[in-house]
Design a protein around this ligand. Sequence first.
Ligand SMILES: Cc1cc2nc3c(=O)[nH]c(=O)nc-3n(C[C@H](O)[C@H](O)[C@H](O)COP(=O)(O)OP(=O)(O)OC[C@H]3O[C@@H](n4cnc5c(N)ncnc54)[C@H](O)[C@@H]3O)c2cc1C
Length: 255
Amino acid sequence: MSHQDLFLTFTVAENRKENYRAQTLVLDAPLPAAQPGQFIMAWLPGIGEKPFSVAAADPLTLTIAAVGPLSEALCRLPIGARLWARGPFGQGFKLEGKKLLLVGGGYGAAPLRFLAQEGLRVGAKVCVCLGAKTADDLLLAEAFRSLGCTVWTATEDGSAGLKGLVTGAVEAALRDFRADGLYACGPKPMLLALVELCRKHELPGQFSWEALLRCGLGLCGNCELDEETCKAAGIPTGWLTCKDGPVSFLSSPGR
Ligand SMILES: Cc1cc2nc3c(=O)[nH]c(=O)nc-3n(C[C@H](O)[C@H](O)[C@H](O)COP(=O)(O)OP(=O)(O)OC[C@H]3O[C@@H](n4cnc5c(N)ncnc54)[C@H](O)[C@@H]3O)c2cc1C
């Protein structure tokens, strides 16, 4: 058994409101081995255990949307409360090139914040496109701006940024920003649209997929990505989101 299979105990050092339903929990210790795109399994006894992306590793930081029993309980944790985590798990993003285009939908912004920090640290230029239903649902736009990223937003109702889906913001951003690669995290329909957009622009892409993930270790098979998605995204069938992913890679023949 490796140390990754064992629970580490953390204490909440800060609990910050990000929007009407998302909080950022800053914990009291680092998770030094964690890479952008990897996740931890967070556990609250009596409530449950689920995957959450590493939003920063030092100290370990999670950004959580309150949508159900576990995420609501995590978002309500007061300073000083304990939570348990095992990990880091999964294959994260690989930083390639000097011009990174990051695309997030929903809580998909969480791992991208860590990626943006790492990209900026090694001297890359980082442009971020964020999509949401309304202005109130946008997540971490200010956080990306204050890191030094260029930020484009798109909302379905037009209440902030461009009106429509995030793919419209990506097309607009690509007119000014000659990206070396696209890095995305969010709901499946968004990722599938971005796979097509990468093919159209001959742009290499990295995509972090959502799945119902249980063991986190590649044992239970619960998080196998469906065949149709694998086919559309150029992923081998039988791909396990927890162990083979959550990030998949699409190369570009043109680069
Ligand atoms: C690799 C990976 C990384 C993840 N990282 C994060 C993260 O950084 N932050 C985060 O908040 N979540 C993240 N999740 C989702 C998280 O694991 C849980 O699924 C989520 O918090 C809901 O769990 P719950 O028990 O609170 O609610 P559930 O009872 O599981 O869900 C309640 C209801 O909300 C719906 N739902 C679930 N997730 C969402 C959502 N994001 N938006 C809208 N509706 C939803 C469900 O379909 C269900 O109807 C990640 C998932 C994966 C697979």
